[in-house]
Ligand binder design. Structure first.
Ligand code: PGA
Length: 254
């Protein structure tokens, strides 16, 4: 089980470190759960120092696919690795929606992350109109297919993570029902199984994201194919995020 906090464009240098310290405390007695935090890029180094010696891992919210060069404003996978990142969120719907990120771009970034040893948390998810017209699986299948394109050499399912985040549930307070989440997660696993085989697919972490909070976390995390959560709003207070971590710990321990 993996519980990852996506802090988005929130916190400052001091409050990011404070939040990280709180999360270290909250996760200290939840050894069965893998915990990660994804602060804004300027605070990665500071948060890394705060996380030193703890079980909480560091992730970034985006990167570019080139190694280095004239790409003003961008950060590379190597830069993220050099400040201690394990994970990088890629293809988040907010990036697709506000920054013109395409399936092709996400695919290049995923390839670069995997090549350099950074674990991409690949976000996929349909919009409300897709779900209303019964196209949710078609949309997610296209996103997954592009994101995993040409990843032939990948051996271990722990080299990547997929997050199913229905766009209509992100930051809206509206959550997919546990059944809706389970249906889509099982579908995603079947797509991965077709490309990489059954063993790979069964070892892959598929996270749910979209208004996950303490009150709904357990029901979502109990679903067979839900292996954790990518949490936005509810990851910005360590006690609240801690409740989700503990819910995951309880589910994990049966
Ligand atoms: P939310 O965001 O938990 O605030 O809905 C989740 C995400 O966008 O990763």
């Amino acid at each position: 089980m993996l519980i990852a906090g996506n802090w988005k464009m929130n916190t400052n240098a001091a409050s990011a470190v404070e939040l990280a310290q709180g999360i270290i405390q909250e996760s200290a007695d939840a050894a069965a759960v893998r915990v990660a935090v994804c602060p804004p890029a300027p605070f990665l180094s500071g948060v890394r120092a705060a996380l030193k010696g703890s079980r909480v891992r560091l992730g970034a919210q985006n990167m570019y696919w080139a190694d280095h060069g004239a790409f003003t404003g961008e950060v590379s996978a190597q830069m993220l690795l050099s400040v201690g990142c394990h994970y990088v969120i890629l293809g988040h719907s907010e990036r697709r929606q506000h920054f013109g990120e395409t399936d092709g771009g996400v695919s290049s970034k995923v390839k670069q992350a995997v090549r350099t040893g950074l674990i991409p948390i690949i976000c996929v998810g349909e919009r409300l109109n897709h779900r209303k017209t019964g196209k949710e699986q078609q949309v997610v299948a296209t996103q997954v297919k592009h994101a995993l394109e040409d990843l032939k050499k990948i051996q271990s399912p722990s080299s990547l993570v997929i997050a199913y985040e229905p766009v209509w549930a992100i930051g809206t307070g509206e959550t997919a029902t546990p059944e809706q989440a389970q249906t889509m997660h099982r579908f995603i696993r079947s797509l991965v199984s077709r490309q990489f085989g059954k063993n790979f697919a069964s070892g892959l972490h598929i996270l749910y994201g979209g208004s996950m909070k303490p009150s709904n976390a357990k029901d979502l995390l109990r679903q067979k194919d839900v292996d954790g959560g990518l949490i936005g709003g509810a990851s910005l207070k360590s006690e609240v995020f801690g409740q989700i971590i503990h819910a995951a710990q309880e589910v994990q321990q049966g």
